[in-house]
Design a binder for this molecule. Structure first.
Ligand code: CA
Length: 227
């Protein structure tokens, strides 16, 4: 059973989310401020975190950054909850590396779809759990990435993007396909963050960054580079 941590100071919202998660067969844990949320996340190591951004004690972005710094939660998927409907705020969350966001108020059905989509992305892929292409190796079970056999930290989003491209070498992948591979759907806010993620990914690949090519008007492609 998947365990999901809800970090949300509005108790009625936290209770409502927990109720819906439990009804769908998940185990729900609650924390009511940013400090408690951080502690519980590190201690309990949930499978997924629903993180409100406006929190007393410590805001959601600060909590998120600490969780991404800690090896215990570096790969834990996070869905940000925000009352701020502006596209810029959503983009900020995605660029920070959140796996998805939900704008309040959201319906229980929408919440469940997002939770299921994110958990599905993080479940071990059936079949080969180890995959290599060129200097890149992926351990799909552990979500670990190796560059020339050296463990290299990728965010979960970067890992998904890189794996998707490497499993389809030499073929340009269009932006919408890439977005769907990572977020389960595509929309304008996600599309705007794709290039940021790809840029960061390329930097982490160092000299091998040239394997990732921008295909103008389409999207991206991983291919053996001549450089
Ligand atoms: Ca709040």
């Amino acid at each position: 059973m998947h365990r999901i941590l809800i970090v949300e100071d509005e108790r009625d919202i936290a209770d409502l989310i927990a109720f819906n998660l439990q009804r769908a067969g998940y185990e729900a844990i609650k924390a009511y401020d940013g400090i408690e949320g951080t502690e519980v996340a590190l201690r309990e190591r949930p499978d997924l975190i629903l993180l409100d951004l406006m929190l007393p004690g410590r805001d959601g972005y600060s909590v998120f950054r600490e969780l991404r710094r800690d090896p215990r939660t570096v790969n834990t998927p996070v869905i940000m909850l925000t009352a701020r409907a502006q596209t810029e705020d959503r983009i900020q969350g995605l660029e920070a590396g959140a796996d998805d966001y939900l704008t309040k108020p959201f319906s229980p059905k929408e919440l469940m779809l997002r939770v299921q989509a994110v958990l599905k992305r993080f479940d071990p892929t059936p079949g080969a759990v180890d995959f290599s292409y060129g200097p890149f190796r992926f351990d799909k079970n552990a979500q670990k990435f190796y560059l020339d056999s050296v463990p290299t930290d990728l965010t979960t989003t970067e890992f998904k993007l890189m794996l998707f491209l490497c499993e389809r070498p030499g073929k340009a992948q269009d932006r919408n396909e890439l977005l769907r591979s990572v977020w389960g759907y595509s929309d304008a806010a996600h599309s705007r963050t794709l290039d940021t993620h790809m840029k960061r990914l390329r930097n982490k690949l160092g000299e091998h960054g040239t394997w990732v090519e921008t295909v103008r008007g389409i999207g991206y492609c991983v291919t053996k580079s001549d450089a």
